[in-house]
Design a protein around this ligand. Structure first.
Ligand SMILES: Cc1cc2nc3c(=O)[nH]c(=O)nc-3n(C[C@H](O)[C@H](O)[C@H](O)COP(=O)(O)OP(=O)(O)OC[C@H]3O[C@@H](n4cnc5c(N)ncnc54)[C@H](O)[C@@H]3O)c2cc1C
Length: 348
């Protein structure tokens, strides 16, 4: 295990803002993880687990403790009667795994193409896009339990997956360091085409598109919305969607859509679990005076997506926070809805 000191964190995140960490360890094995936890304990350091840094806002003051960057690799494939299990190291790049699954004709994650970050990051907020959520294919999560001080295997049913939620970012936040994830995919399965953007993309095409065609379509749609990291594209210097889509009760939803109607507006919404409705945070932002391309100093909104707050080049974390606050208060004032940020705030 190599311990580095005073390492800048901004280059390790997609938003590229924030100060340094006091210590950084890159864990390539489960033993490295154990040693790093012991080092942090011995020095009474706060531990932060870093994956691909694609869902983070790091404070300008940085992190005073130890950042443990998970770099555990390895993809093991096991075929079992039409089901394919992929047992994957938490440090593997997520989109590389999707590419491999699609190339191997395995269905279940093709709509999650182009999401940046690591495999270990996917269970944390139950990543989802274009009609798929990673919880639909996760079989189990292998993790170091810092409370019990041992390695555990958590079956999918114990992970508490909901929209952008799991036990890892709610009730058990900070307890588990994810080491490996096992995904259950379907050999030769049919691609998911639940999402309207994807259905539109394939409208008029006879027969079902292949997994590779769906992956390519998702990448294309994502790029058009600056939701694909493209080197040199300033619109993709972001943490993805900065706000979660609000999930409302039927009564709250009726009230909100009534107010939209009274202004002659039709608000997009989708069914959610437990008779709730998910409304579009992007729509709320755009209808509260924040258009795509809005700028506020060195921070701004992507010219292609109202939910992507971007670092326009020289932004500091404080600039992103100021813009976030401005948008939240604008949406609250206009619609009475309090938008919840999606990225994890580190060192604030
Ligand atoms: C352009 C862009 C598009 C995006 N599109 C989507 C999208 O469509 N859908 C979506 O859901 N998300 C999206 N995201 C957000 C992000 O990519 C995902 O949340 C991703 O899974 C985060 O993984 P990561 O490895 O980068 O995690 P990080 O950003 O490094 O960390 C995020 C959180 O996970 C924790 N964590 C990471 N790895 C581990 C581990 N091994 N063990 C324990 N905790 C860990 C961290 O401590 C932190 O709390 C997007 C982001 C960007 C920049």
């Amino acid at each position: 295990m190599t311990i580095q000191e005073n390492v800048p964190l901004a280059p390790l995140t997609t938003l590229q803002v924030g100060g340094p960490t006091r210590y950084l360890v890159e864990a390539r094995s489960e033993d490295d993880v154990r040693e790093a936890v012991e080092f942090a304990r011995a020095k009474a350091l706060q531990l932060f687990v870093l994956g691909g840094g694609s869902n983070l806002l790091v404070a300008d003051s940085g992190w005073p403790g130890l950042v443990l960057k998970i770099a555990i690799g390895g993809i093991r494939r096991e075929d079992q009667d039409g089901v394919v299990l992929f047992d994957v190291g938490a440090g593997v790049e997520w989109d590389g795994l999707v590419a491999q699954a699609v190339a191997g004709n395995c269905a279940g994650v093709e709509c999650l193409s182009g999401i940046p970050g690591s495999v270990g990051g996917t269970p944390i907020q139950n990543v989802g896009a274009y009609g798929q959520e990673v919880s639909e294919t996760i079989k189990s999560v292998r993790a170091f339990d810092t409370k019990a001080d041992r390695i555990v295997v958590l079956p999918e049913g114990t992970c508490g997956f909901r929209y952008r939620t799991s036990i890892f970012n709610t009730t058990e936040r900070g307890r588990y360091i994810i080491l490996r994830v096992t995904y259950r995919l379907v050999a030769g399965g049919i691609p998911g085409l639940k999402y309207s953007d994807l259905q539109k993309h394939f409208a008029g095409i006879i027969g079902s598109p292949s997994l590779a065609q769906v992956r390519a379509a998702v990448q294309q749609i994502r790029q058009s919305k600056s939701m694909l990291i493209v080197p040199g594209d300033p619109d993709s210097r972001s943490a993805g969607s900065f706000f979660k889509n609000p999930v409302l009760s039927e009564a709250e939803f009726r009230d909100l859509s009534g107010r939209a109607q009274s202004r002659g507006l039709k608000m997009p919404s989708y069914p959610a679990l437990d008779a709730q409705r998910k409304v579009s945070a992007a729509w709320l932002v755009e209808h509260s005076g924040f258009a795509k391309g809005f700028t506020m100093g060195a921070a701004g909104i992507s010219s292609k997506h109202a939910l992507a707050l971007i670092n326009r080049g020289s932004a500091r974390a404080a600039d992103i926070v100021r813009l976030k606050d401005e948008i939240q208060s604008g949406v609250e004032k206009t619609w009475g809805i309090s938008l919840e940020p999606e990225p994890v705030f580190v060192g604030f």
